[in-house]
Ligand binder design. Sequence first.
Ligand SMILES: [Fe+2]
Length: 318
Amino acid sequence: MTNPTLGVGARVALYGESMSELVRSVTTSPFLLQNEVAYLRWRDAKLVDYPQGAAELVVEIRDPRRLSRAEHDEVLRRIRKTNMAVYTSGVGGEADKGIVVALGAALGLNRLDANWLADDDGITSLTINPAGPRPKYIPYTNRPISWHTDGYYNPPQRQIHGLLLHCVEPAATGGQNALLDPEIVYLLLRDENPDFIRALMQADAMTVPPGTNSEGGYRGSAVGPVFSVRPDGNLHMRYTARKRNIEWKDEPAVHEAVSRLRAIYEGDSPFVFRARLESGMGLVSNNVLHDRSGFDDLPSAPRRLIYRARYYDRVSRT
Ligand SMILES: [Fe+2]
């Protein structure tokens, strides 16, 4: 039994009361600007014991293909708090996409987004590809990738809510990810000025013009908000830091909101976590903001190989 006289933050801390219990439906969602009381309750709970660094995101998993109950609980606990968990495992070096399929399924991630260059099973092998069309597209090179959520160029009905990365082989040097919880970005912007949220929730805030997506596939234009509230009341974020081929709605409020958003990850924010996925490690997330630093492989060592799976699902029970 939880004690209702305690503040929400204390209840979350003491009883592990799920953050998701504060986010029940679209009408009562704390992410709608009109729900000020719900927002303040959610905000208090969110900030209690928020991790101070990437080390707090890490869960040890023996074999991601057979997640134990205890491992599952630890992963969920972190994702409920930060929308992400990083795992280490004993399956380093195994080039088995079954690792991703099984781990995703154990977490309710089932509906894969098949992009143009994903292998037939919908799971993409991110590696430097010297042949074919891939080298032109940044994910298949060793160049840095700027901040984004995955699938920002997808149409509204194919937004990406879950993202799983699994490292088979790391690079010799580099290839680090910076990670940032979209709910924290929302919180910081709303605290500074709710008009930033209003601006970024507009249905035409961010347009990706038609053309070739970053993977080389053709796509039509993608128009949509940065922040939106899902039918279950959870927050969804769609964003890219790229400056070319992005049209921001030409309104002072949108331009200002985008520049404040940029300042969060460009500044020295304690909310930005940095982690390098080593062999057997991975990231499970509700499509958090991330970037990737450039990297170098050695001719004498295996190439960096990361499996990436994008899902239409969020991690279930988060
Ligand atoms: Fe990405």
